[in-house]
Design a protein around this ligand. Sequence first.
Ligand code: IMP
Length: 196
Amino acid sequence: MKLVFATNNSNKIKEVQALIPDSITLLSLADINCHEDIPETAPTIEGNAIQKVTYIKEHYNLPCFADDTGLEIQSLDGAPGVYSARYAGPERSAEANMQKVLKNLAHTTDRSAQFKTVIALYLDSTTTCFTGICKGTITSEKRGSGGFGYDPIFLPTGYSETFAQMDLKIKNEIGHRGKAVQELVVFLNQLTSFVL
Ligand code: IMP
């Protein structure tokens, strides 16, 4: 079976391909000649993931999954949330986004936050969602140079290193995206052991 992963990030594709049954071959957006910008205009993280798979279903009629991620900060009423990529403006600058978070939390004692990834899977005319959450706190300054996005200011609960300081292997094990992928993998493994 061929399954589209609605991304052109080859690292993400390799990572997931290694975890799913050999009977499923992942295709990127480029593999299906999808070069347009898929709309991500829903008001929620779930909504964006569903919007992406619905686009592939409607334009390409192929089984597909898509992910969407956001950082939700409790004392900012869940912001930046679905707007995480463009929190400080359309340039999608990770540095500006982090500075805006630090500024908005400058006088706040509750710095609790969570990363949330939702993967939407469209298969056999049904859309199913898988969610991965990683809880933590926002540090008072940036720490570490690894990772991307908000990693230097996110300290996962139970760890003394930010996502940007820790080994990528550990981030993938405890992180939001890794957890959502694990849910997807369990689902696909169960499916293929019965159907394929
Ligand atoms: P996307 O849905 O994967 O495109 O993520 C949306 C935005 O959330 C990105 O632009 C990043 O700023 C942020 N983000 C997503 N995943 C992570 C992560 O694992 N660490 C830090 N920031 C992330």
